[in-house]
Ligand binder design. Structure first.
Ligand SMILES: Nc1ncnc2c1ncn2[C@@H]1O[C@H](COP(=O)(O)OP(=O)(O)OP(=O)(O)O)[C@@H](O)[C@H]1O
Length: 731
C-alpha cells in the first residue's frame, strides 16, 4: 500500500519503505506505552501522597454528584493497571523496573483517588476552544494502543491496582498468561503473595521516578504487615464506589443524547450545506462530529473511532463536500470532470445509503453530484450514469471500483484529481478479505491527498496497518475512550446457551415474545451465512411471521427493495447475513438477535449496533450452542448477561417441527454446506476437524436432515475435510 509512484524517498523500494514505516510505527507505539506507564505511576504517587497527608483528593466524587460517564480516579488507576496486564504490554514491566526496595520506597495501597482524567470530557465536553482541540489530540495520542478488550483481572478478587504491576512483572518475566495471575498463588493474604510482594513490591520506578528525590520520607505506619490489610480496604472501597457509580451512570445513560451543544453553523461549512443540514433537521452536532469535523476541515488525516449510530457518516460527508467546493472553485477548466472524493464502503447497501445521505447534504449545491458504484448492477449502466451526470464524489464498493479502474474508459484519469479518500468501516476494509483490493485502489490514486478512516471498532492491528494509508502526522480521534464500553449504552445485551436442536424453537419463541411486548417492533435476525439465512427465513415465513430476507445470494434489485422497505417499516423482521451488519441505518430497530457466533468481536459490536442508534434504547440477544460459548471470552468486557433458557411450550415445538419438515431439501442441503464452510473457516474455534464434522452433523439433524448431504470431492479437499469420518463425498 502507500499509493502513487513506485519509487520512494531515499531510493527505497516500496517494501523497504513500508518496513521503514512499520518500524517507525512500532517505535512510536513503544514511546506512547512508556508515557502511559509514567501516567500510571504518577497517579499512584499522587494517591500515596494524598493518603500520607491524610487528604482526600479533590475529585473524590461524593456519591450522587459524580458526573455521568466519568471514570473515578480509582477506576482510572485500575484501568491503567489492567492495561499493563494485557498481552502485548508486558514489555513495559521489565528492564526498567529495578529490584524491590520496599524499605526505602514503600507503596501504601489504601489510596484515595486523584484527579480523574475524564476521557469523555476530552471527547465531548470541552467544546470549541483551541484548548479543547489540543486536549483531544493529547487524549488521542495518549489513548493509543489501548484497545477496548480490557479484561476483568484488576477487578477480580485477586488483585488491586498496585498489585497489578507486581503481577505484570511476574507475567512478563515468566511469560505466563493472565489467567495464571488470577490463581490463588497471588490472592491477597496468601503466603505466596506476601513472599512475592516482598520480593517484587514497589516495582521500583527507577529512571521513571522523576520525583524520587523530592518525595517525603516513608512513614513507618503504612509499611509492612499493614499493607495487605490496606489493599483489602482499598479494594472494598473501590467496589462500593463502583456500585454507586454504576447506578449513577445508569441513570445518566437513560437521559443521554448523542447531540452536543455545538452547532454546525459555528464551523466553516458552506451556507448552502448548512441550509441542507437544517432542512434535514441537523442543527447540533453529535459527539463524533464535534470531535472530528474541525480536524477534517483543517485538512488533517484522521482515524476516527465512535460508537455505532452516532453520526459518523455526516462527520466525513461534510468535509468531503467542503473539499469538493474548495477544489471546484480553484480549477474549473477540466475536459472531463475529475473525481475529488472517493468513499469506499464494504457493502452495497451501505454505499447506496451514503450516496443518498450525501445527496441530502448536496441538495442546494446545483453543480455538485455524487454517485454510487456497486456490484450487482450493470456495468454499462454505471458508465452511462457517469457520462450523463458528472459527479465529484463517488461512493463505491471495492470490487466494482476496481472494475472501473481496470476498464480502459478513462475512469482512472478522473481519479488523478482526487483530493480525499474516505474508508467507512475502515477496519473491515483493511481486513484480509478486502485488503488486497484496497491496496490496488490506493496504488491508483494520488499520494497527495487527505485520508479519513472511520469505524466503530478499530483493533490494534488495524491501527498499525492504517498508518500506511494515513500521513505520519495523522490524528486518532477516539470518542469512546479508554476503558469505556464500546456498545450503545441503552442496549440491553443478553445471551442464551442451548444445543442446536433447540435454536429454531428459541428463535421463534424470542420473536413471538418480543412482538407481544412491543406493538411497533422491528427486529433483525443475524445468521452466520447466506444459506442459513435463507433457511431461517423460509422457516419463519412458514410460521406466519412478517419476515424479509437479505443476503448476498439475492439479486441487487431485490436487496435494495427490501432494504428500503425495512428502513420505512415497523412490525417487520429482517432475517439477514452480515451484509446488514455494518453501517446500515435502519431507524428504530427494537431487537437484534444473533444466531450462532459472529466472525469476531468487532462483528458482534456492529451487528448489535443496528439497534440503540442515536442514543435510543434497544435489545440484543446472542444465541449460542454450548461449544460456541468460548466466544464469550472475546466480549467479556461488554455488559452482556447470561439468561436462563425459557420454557418451550409443546405448541411451539410442534409448529416449528412441522414447518422444518416442509422446507425444501435443496435449502436444507445448502444450509448444511454453508454452516460447515463457515465454522471450518473460523480459526480460533479450537476444534479438530472430526469434532467439527460431528457438530455439523448435529446441526444437520436440527434442520431436519437424517443424513449429512454429500460434498464435492474438490470442496472437501479444499476444506481439509476429505477422509474425516462423517463427511460424505459425492460420487
Ligand atoms: N447532527 C445530527 N443531528 C441529528 N441526527 C443526526 C445527526 N448526525 C447523525 N444523525 C442521525 O443519526 C443516525 C445515525 O447516523 P450514522 O448512520 O451516520 O451513524 P454511524 O455512526 O455511521 O453508525 P455505524 O457505526 O452503524 O455506521 C442517522 O439516522 C442520522 O440521520
Amino acid at each position: 500500500m502507500g499509493g502513487g509512484p513506485r519509487t520512494f524517498p531515499g531510493g527505497l523500494s516500496k517494501w523497504q519503505y513500508k518496513r521503514m514505516h512499520e518500524k517507525l510505527a512500532r517505535e512510536k507505539e513503544q514511546r506512547l506505552l512508556q508515557q502511559e506507564k509514567q501516567i500510571y505511576q504518577a497517579r499512584l504517587r499522587a494517591e500515596i501522597r494524598a493518603k500520607v497527608a491524610g487528604k482526600s483528593t479533590s475529585n473524590d466524587y461524593p456519591g450522587a454528584s459524580a458526573p455521568a460517564g466519568r471514570m473515578s480516579s480509582k477506576e482510572h488507576i485500575k484501568a491503567l493497571a489492567d492495561r499493563f496486564m494485557k498481552q502485548g504490554a508486558e514489555d513495559l514491566w521489565n528492564k526498567d523496573d529495578g529490584p524491590i526496595r520496599t524499605k526505602t520506597n514503600p507503596r501504601p495501597p489504601n489510596l484515595p483517588p486523584p484527579r480523574p482524567l475524564d476521557l469523555r470530557k476530552t471527547g465531548s465536553e470541552k467544546r470549541g476552544s483551541i484548548g479543547s482541540l489540543e486536549h483531544r489530540r493529547h487524549f488521542s495520542r495518549w489513548s493509543r494502543n489501548t484497545s477496548s478488550d480490557e479484561d476483568e483481572v484488576g477487578e477480580s478478587d485477586s488483585v488491586s491496582h498496585s498489585e497489578s504491576g507486581l503481577l505484570k512483572n511476574f507475567w512478563s518475566r515468566d511469560g505466563r498468561a493472565v489467567e495464571d495471575l488470577r490463581s490463588s498463588r497471588f490472592s491477597i493474604g496468601s503466603q505466596n503473595y506476601e513472599k512475592d510482594r516482598k520480593k517484587m513490591s514497589g516495582a521500583a520506578l527507577r529512571n521513571y521516578d522523576v520525583k524520587m528525590n523530592k518525595r517525603r520520607a516513608p512513614r513507618p505506619d503504612i509499611e509492612g504487615s499493614q499493607l495487605s490489610e490496606e489493599i483489602k480496604e482499598f479494594r472494598q472501597e473501590m467496589r462500593n464506589r463502583a456500585s454507586v457509580e454504576t447506578g449513577i451512570n445508569q441513570q445518566a445513560a437513560n437521559e443521554e443524547s448523542i447531540l452536543t451543544q455545538k452547532r454546525f453553523d459555528e464551523h466553516d461549512i458552506s451556507p448552502l450545506t448548512i441550509k441542507a443540514l437544517s432542512s434535514a433537521g441537523y442543527i447540533n452536532m453529535t459527539v463524533v462530529q464535534e470531535a472530528a469535523l474541525p480536524l477534517c476541515l483543517e485538512g488533517k488525516d484522521v482515524l476516527v473511532k465512535a460508537k455505532t449510530g452516532t453520526g459518523k457518516s455526516a462527520a466525513f460527508l461534510l468535509p468531503a463536500i467542503e473539499a469538493v467546493l474548495r477544489t471546484s472553485s480553484t480549477n474549473s477548466t477540466h475536459r472531463v470532470s475529475p473525481i475529488h472524493v472517493l468513499i469506499i464502503s464494504p457493502t452495497r447497501e451501505l454505499a447506496i445509503q451514503l450516496a443518498a445521505e450525501a445527496n441530502v447534504l448536496l441538495r442546494y449545491h446545483d453543480r455538485l453530484g455524487v454517485q454510487a458504484l456497486i456490484g450487482g448492477t450493470r456495468f454499462k449502466l454505471d458508465q452511462r450514469r457517469l457520462e450523463e451526470n458528472p459527479c465529484q464524489i463517488i461512493v463505491a464498493t471495492p470490487g466494482r471500483l476496481l472494475d472501473h479502474i481496470e476498464n480502459k474508459s478513462g475512469f482512472s484519469v478522473r481519479l488523478m484529481g482526487l483530493k480525499m479518500l474516505i474508508l467507512d468501516e475502515a477496519d473491515h476494509l483493511l481486513d484480509l478479505g478486502f485488503r488486497k483490493d484496497i491496496e490496488k485502489i490506493v496504488d491508483c490514486i494520488p499520494r497527495q491527498r487527505q485520508s479519513l478512516l472511520f469505524s466503530a471498532t478499530i483493533p490494534k492491528e488495524v491501527r498499525r496497518i492504517s498508518q500506511l494509508l494515513l500521513k505520519r502526522d495523522h490524528i486518532f480521534v477516539d470518542t469512546i475512550g479508554f476503558g469505556l464500553i464500546e456498545t450503545p449504552e441503552k442496549v440491553f445485551q443478553s445471551y442464551l446457551v442451548a444445543p442446536h436442536e433447540l435454536h429454531f424453537y428459541l428463535v421463534y419463541q424470542i420473536l413471538k415474545e418480543h412482538m407481544n411486548e412491543m406493538a411497533d417492533y422491528k427486529v433483525i435476525v443475524f445468521c452466520t451465512t447466506a444459506m442459513v439465512t435463507a433457511f431461517i427465513y423460509v422457516l419463519l415465513r412458514d410460521l406466519k411471521m412478517n419476515v424479509r430476507e437479505m443476503h448476498s445470494r439475492k439479486p441487487q434489485l431485490y436487496r435494495t427493495r427490501i432494504s428500503d422497505e425495512f428502513r420505512e417499516s415497523k412490525g417487520l423482521t429482517l432475517v439477514t447475513s452480515d451484509v446488514s451488519a455494518r453501517g446500515v441505518n435502519y431507524p428504530d430497530v427494537t431487537l437484534v438477535v444473533q444466531v450462532g457466533i459472529p466472525s469476531d468481536r468487532e462483528q458482534y459490536i456492529h451487528r448489535l449496533g443496528r439497534t440503540g442508534r442515536e442514543g435510543k434504547a434497544g435489545k440484543g440477544i446472542l444465541l449460542l450452542a454450548p461449544w460456541e460459548e468460548y466466544f464469550m471470552n472475546e466480549i467479556k468486557d461488554l455488559p452482556i448477561k447470561r439468561c436462563q433458557l425459557p420454557e418451550l411450550s409443546s405448541d411451539i415445538k410442534h409448529k416449528v417441527e412441522q414447518s422444518v419438515e416442509k422446507i425444501d431439501l435443496s435449502i436444507k442441503e445448502a444450509a448444511y454446506h454453508a454452516w460447515l464452510g463457515y465454522y471450518n473457516s473460523i480459526t480460533d474455534i479450537g476444534r479438530d476437524k472430526t469434532t467439527l464434522v460431528e457438530l455439523a452433523n448435529r446441526f444437520c439433524q436440527s434442520i431436519g436432515l437424517d443424513r449429512p448431504p454429500a460434498l464435492f470431492r474438490k470442496t472437501a479437499l479444499k476444506m481439509g475435510l476429505k477422509g474425516i469420518p462423517g463427511i460424505n463425498i459425492r460420487k
